[in-house]
Design a protein around this ligand. Structure first.
Ligand code: GLC
Length: 437
């Protein structure tokens, strides 16, 4: 032991987040088994939900309205698809689902379906005013059962979001009714998961894209499945895996504590180990539990940071993962604000744990992408690219490149990669509307 921290326990905790190369490959194998089980209609933690959409050609054109309801934000855009993978955003509105200053919180437990869809309709009405829209695409980032592309029944909410009176209902009906109440008579021609949207937006620009993945508030991946075919066109279909629910993973004691206190214990296990909603919380729980055990000194259990769930933003992990001086300063400031005594040792402790949490997330995502690429190799093409979107890829330094480095080592050179798609969830909704026109 040195100074005020029990370094042995600290190292043990770091080790409990470690995933070595062979464990990562085993995880990839288990992920692939779950994909196969789900595709065969057998019991699996993955879902393989059909989207009834095939890959775009890249030549889609026209003016479309795109709604994107994510885990933290609502975005509505008027988009012109120009063909050859090009597009232009004509108008857009973006709102957080939670705005204390604006006096609303659509993530609150008392919110019901009418209220959330009313909010979506209000923003959509603003964007559609004066616009010439050839169709409406709706990116709905939650699991739904689809029998056709323009309707989908909500299976359940995820990401700690849970508006009442909505489960089992048709998302297109709820949206159309809310729009009608605002005087707009339009039905979405496509309802898609955000992973499908990112895939469509990615494939619109580059035909080697074989899958779409999100790592933002939540996590999920879709894949173009060669065996699930779209109607008379007999083209491979985009299948939403609900990868965030993958559960054949080794949990450590902090994962278990986090999981117990969520809205859906036992579900969304992978999501709770890799996505923006949960990584900050995992760090908070690790620090709180070790503080309780006296592993580090200066812990005061009365402080808001330890009593208030989700009070550590995943952005904090971003500062830890980079060596830039400015990030060290941000972290110091954050520690001070939250009453964590500023010392070199505490700084090191938080950095070690934060990095371990991110590194594990990188490896778990890489493992799932290894499985997805192996599945996609059934398409004989020169390369396989996964289109990605979400705050972790965008803002967390080293996150996307960390995954890419692993994939480069696991597959022949120059054959695999990730591509970040800006506005993927919205552009994909416009492409889906164009495909179903
Ligand atoms: C959650 C949702 C899933 C979505 C993902 C990313 O995992 O269940 O449908 O794609 O978050 O937003």
């Amino acid at each position: 032991m040195s100074g005020i921290i029990n370094w042995t326990i600290l190292e043990e905790a770091v080790a409990s987040y470690r995933l070595d190369r062979s464990e990562m490959r085993n995880t990839a194998q288990r992920f692939q088994q779950e994909m196969d089980l789900a595709l065969a209609g057998k019991n699996s933690s993955l879902k393989m939900l059909p989207s009834f959409l095939a890959a775009p050609s890249g030549h889609e054109r026209g003016n479309y309205t795109a709604i994107d309801l994510g885990g933290s934000n609502l975005r509505v855009m008027q988009i012109e698809l120009l063909g050859q993978g090009q597009y232009r955003i004509i108008k857009q509105i973006s709102r957080s689902l939670q705005d204390p200053q604006g006096g609303y919180d659509y993530t609150a437990p008392e919110i019901n379906g009418q209220q959330i869809f009313g909010f979506i309709a209000e923003m959509t009405a603003k964007v559609m005013e004066g616009a010439e829209s050839q169709g409406l695409g709706f990116t709905f980032s939650y699991p739904m059962n689809q029998q056709k592309v323009d309707s989908g029944r909500l299976i359940r909410w995820t990401k700690e979001f849970n508006p009442r009176d909505t489960i089992g209902r048709d998302v297109a009906d709820m949206l159309s009714r809310a729009l009608w109440l605002k005087g707009i008579e339009i039905r979405p021609s496509a309802i898609i998961n955000d992973t499908a949207a990112v895939f469509l937006a990615g494939c619109y620009q580059d035909s080697s894209v074989c899958a779409g993945s999100i790592c933002g508030t939540g996590h999920n991946t879709c894949v173009l499945d060669p065996h699930s075919l779209v109607g008379a066109r007999c083209q491979p279909m985009i299948v939403n895996m609900e990868a965030g629910n993958f559960s054949r993973l080794p949990l450590n004691c902090w994962d278990r504590i986090l999981n117990q206190d969520t809205e859906d214990p036992g579900q969304q296990i992978m999501e709770k180990m890799v996505s923006g909603k949960y990584l900050g919380e995992l760090l908070r729980i690790t620090l709180r539990e070790t503080g309780e055990k006296g592993v580090w000194s200066g812990y005061d259990r009365e402080l808001r940071i330890w009593t208030q769930p989700y009070s550590v933003d995943t952005r904090v992990l971003g500062w830890l993962y980079s060596d830039q001086v400015v990030n060290k300063e941000l972290l110091d400031h954050w520690m001070e604000l939250n009453g964590i005594p500023l010392s070199e040792e505490n700084h090191q402790m938080i950095t070690r744990w934060g990095r371990a949490i991110i590194q594990r997330a990188i490896k778990l995502l890489a493992a799932s992408y290894m499985a997805v690429i192996k599945h996609s190799r059934q398409f004989n093409q020169p390369g396989w690219v996964i289109a990605v979107d979400g705050a972790l890829f965008k803002y967390l330094p080293g996150f996307m490149s960390g995954i890419e480095d692993i994939l480069q080592e696991e597959f022949p050179p120059q054959t695999v990669g990730l591509t970040y798609i800006d506005d993927g969830s919205s552009v994909g909704a416009a492409v889906a509307a164009a495909l179903t026109k």
